[in-house]
Design a protein around this ligand. Structure first.
Ligand code: UDP
Ligand code: MG
Length: 345
């Protein structure tokens, strides 16, 4: 008996992810959105107005980072209204850095601007970005003049972090700059080549180099909705920043070790001489305990630092794709729900 023919679902050949539309736009805007239902309508209204005023051809690539609210629906509706709004739905929440990467991978504009969904990156600056880009800069980044819209704690911790990063790494990450910037397609192409998992986009942006300049702006408060970052997320973000750009913490362990070995040698010498002159005495319990506990603590810290690097090495070694795309809208040939792996990652 011939084997029964299984009805395989008919699938159109998928267009290459991030396929170049018929006409290459001047500007690609990339918006990562995670549970942003409250703000998307305001965003598209204001962004649309600004872009219409500029008179440039554009696409807006929205990456829905596994939102659990109505973000996907709202984005699909905006895509239906304006096909220049393209949507990438990720299979789960991958975090802002990876969502942004998915968006950057899919852009085809001559210049690319990542933008926060909450309008904290005023779209009105894009005109100035374009002017400087046309003057020949490859990267124009926005620097916030004052962080007075952030809390005191966020301000101080952010400043301390950037000061420390400058000292321990050899990439210059401009303080008070975010992801909001314009990048020439060449820069984006260079970024596509950096496939590390533990991404710290601001660091990668600086790492690739190119001709850069900045413009100042006042960072407004969120237009609607609430922040997706808490201090724990920011702390992990800071760890990625430090470990991704510096191996100084690993070296610190060596110096700690040397210092304490030296101290122990001197102390041993002192004990030897003292015993030779005055003989032995029993007391010394307290100092022994202090030394043991202190050394134990240092050793655990150093092990932890090594662990931070080892863990990252492990996740890089697995070489998994950076993100998984659930569906795309507006990239040609696809239907919502079309399962297509992140073949380009
Ligand atoms: N975001 C994301 N995935 C996440 C967290 C945040 O795509 O897991 C997006 C979010 O939708 C927003 C941007 O990243 O467009 C910045 O997030 P948010 O405004 O919450 O950060 P803050 O401005 O408070 O640092
Ligand atoms: Mg924000």
């Amino acid at each position: 008996m011939p084997p029964t023919k299984v009805d395989a679902p008919v699938r159109e050949a998928p267009a290459a992810p991030g396929a170049v539309p018929a006409e290459r736009p001047t500007l690609s805007i990339v918006v990562a959105a995670y549970n942003e239902e409250d703000v998307l309508d305001i965003l598209f209204a204001r962004l649309g107005e600004v872009l219409a005023g500029l008179g440039e051809s554009y696409e807006i690539i929205c990456v829905n980072d596994g939102s659990r609210d109505r973000t996907a629906e709202i984005l699909a509706a905006h895509h239906a209204r304006d096909p220049r709004i393209r949507v990438i739905n990720l299979a789960r929440n991958f975090g802002k850095e990876l969502a942004l990467t998915a968006g950057l991978d899919a852009t085809c504009g001559r210049a690319v601007v990542p933008l926060d969904a909450d309008l904290q990156d005023p779209p009105e600056l894009i005109g100035d970005f374009l002017r400087l880009w046309r003057e020949g800069y490859d990267v124009v980044y926005a620097v916030r003049d004052a962080r007075d819209t952030d809390s005191w704690l966020k301000r101080t911790t952010a400043n301390a972090f950037y000061a420390m990063l400058r000292h321990v790494s050899n990439v210059e990450i401009p303080p008070n700059a975010g992801d909001f910037r314009l990048m020439d397609a060449r820069v984006v192409e260079a970024l596509r080549g950096l496939r590390e998992r533990n991404r710290f986009m601001k660091g990668l942006f600086s790492w690739v180099g190119f001709r850069q300049t900045s413009i100042g702006y006042q960072r407004p408060v969120r237009a609607a909705g609430k922040t997706k970052f808490n201090y724990w997320k920011l702390w992990n973000f800071a760890l990625d920043g430090i470990t991704g750009y510096s191996t100084v913490p690993l070296r610190v362990a060596t110096y700690f070790g040397l210092l304490f070995a030296l101290l122990a040698m001197l102390y041993g010498l002192y004990l030897l001489i003292r015993t030779m002159i005055w003989g032995t005495d029993v007391p010394g319990y307290a100092s022994t305990m202090v030394a043991v506990i202190f050394m134990g603590g240092i050793q655990l810290v150093v092990l932890g630092i090594i662990g931070e690097y080892l863990g990252r090495l492990y996740s890089e070694a697995k070489g998994r794709p950076l993100y998984i795309v659930e569906s795309r809208l507006g990239f040609g040939g696809e239907r919502p729900g079309d399962r297509r792996g992140d073949a380009d990652a």
